[in-house]
Design a protein around this ligand. Structure first.
Ligand SMILES: Cc1ncc(COP(=O)(O)O)c(C=O)c1O
Length: 396
């Protein structure tokens, strides 16, 4: 039998393969992986979640194993709303929050609810690979705005908005994936100003914002844009990615009702046991302390990685110096293709990700993303030594 595949999946190949290579490399224990965005295993709260699980069954019995409702477990939604107030000064009610299977599902829900084939959307250039993938399923016309050292090139956006009316704009303003860049406060304010008065939804994705190890956090775009902003969040990088619990804060009722409706058709609801478990974990533990510990680990890892890069990477290779998050962004000298370095390094059992698939249009690029959150000090030393040797071959 030859399955009669839809055009939607037939068209999408290149980034899929790319992602597969990254993930399979990351799961091969003989490969040193700087490829994925995995939390360090030492930060995962195994004991605490195990304790919480017993309590969930004591408290809820069979209800923890029963069907539940699409918008999510109310006490958990309330905790998320309270946390926005506490950490960012933003007022949401539990009603504004929808629990999703990670923020990845939230990206899908928003795209599904807003985009018809051919509709315009705006993304950062470069942007998060798996977001581009999910958006492509809805056949949008993708417009891009470049990133720069202030975050985003707002002038470019202002020009773009003169001729276009995008359904949504997707940004990752804190420790962006893949570049590690963070928007300056002026950039956030100017971006909000540019969007105000339009019907473009600002989709703010913020998985890394709390993982800051130095410097001061900026405001969420929700602070400037109110209900024009849909804020995505996740427990993946701060508690556990495997539990698959993220959320959408969407104060616009018309959009929120459609998101819930679509979510209900897609998977009925997010795993209720997982939601109760997360809620119990948050009841019994200090999330701020958990985040402080994780951020301290990543701060140390980032410093160690930068020291290894300085020691082993050839002259002319540049990299960003992150203040948080999990990624460094490397730029190779003129004429060197990052994909070639990536493929040669993989043969020597070191996985990195070339920048190519993070760009919507540009393919032949000199950039690559390096993850520092999930490797031991020894792996960093050895992996960077090999990467340096491979780069030197191509730079020659
Ligand atoms: C920018 C960005 N958005 C969303 C996600 C998806 O995270 P989740 O595990 O919450 O689905 C990731 C994961 O790496 C990410 O980097």
């Amino acid at each position: 039998m030859k399955p009669q595949l839809s055009e939607r999946v037939k068209k999408r190949d290149f980034p899929g393969e790319f992602l597969e290579v990254i993930l399979s490399a990351a799961s091969d224990p003989s490969t040193i992986s700087f490829a994925g965005g995995l939390p360090n295993p030492t930060t995962l709260p195994v004991e605490e979640v195990s304790e919480a699980s017993k309590k969930v069954f004591e408290k809820f019995g069979y209800v923890a194993l029963q069907y539940s409702q699409a918008q999510g477990f109310l006490p958990l939604r309330q905790k998320i709303a309270d946390r926005y107030k506490k950490t960012m000064g933003i007022e949401y009610s539990a009603d504004d929050i929808i629990i999703t299977a990670g923020s990845q599902q939230a990206l899908d829900l928003v795209a599904a609810s807003l985009v018809d084939p051919g509709d315009e959307i705006v993304v950062e250039n470069p942007s998060y690979l798996a977001a581009l993938q999910v958006f492509h399923h809805y056949d949008p016309k993708v417009l891009t705005v470049d990133l720069n050292e202030d975050g985003l090139d707002v002038e470019q956006l202002v020009e773009l908005l003169k001729d276009h009316n995008p359904k949504f704009m997707y940004i990752i303003p804190n420790f962006q994936n893949p570049t590690g860049l963070t928007y300056k406060e002026e950039t956030r304010a100017a971006l909000a100003e540019a969007l105000k008065g339009t019907d473009t939804v600002l989709l703010e994705d913020n998985p890394y914002g709390e993982l800051r190890f130095t410097g001061k956090s900026g405001n969420s775009l929700a602070y400037y844009l109110g209900e024009q902003c849909c804020a995505l969040g996740t427990f993946s990088k701060i508690v556990s990615p495997g539990m698959r619990i993220g959320w959408i804060a969407c104060p616009n009722k018309e959009l929120r009702d459609k998101l819930v409706m679509y979510k209900s058709a897609l998977d009925l609801h997010t795993n209720i046991f997982g939601q109760m478990l997360m809620d119990q974990y948050l009841e019994d533990n200090d999330l701020d302390e958990q985040i402080r510990k994780a951020a301290a680990v990543y701060g140390e890892k980032a410093n160690r990685m930068m020291a290894c890069m300085e020691k082993y990477l050839p002259e002319g290779v540049e990299f960003t110096r992150p203040e948080g998050g999990m990624f460094l962004w490397v730029t190779l000298p003129e004429g060197v293709k990052a994909v070639d370095v990536q493929n040669a390094a993989l043969k020597r059992k070191v996985a990195v990700v070339a920048g190519d698939p993070f760009y919507e249009y540009e393919r032949d690029v000199r950039t690559m993303r390096i993850n520092y959150s999930n490797s031991s000090d020894e792996q960093m030393e050895e992996g960077m030594k090999i990467l340096g040797e491979v780069m030197a071959e191509y730079i020659k």
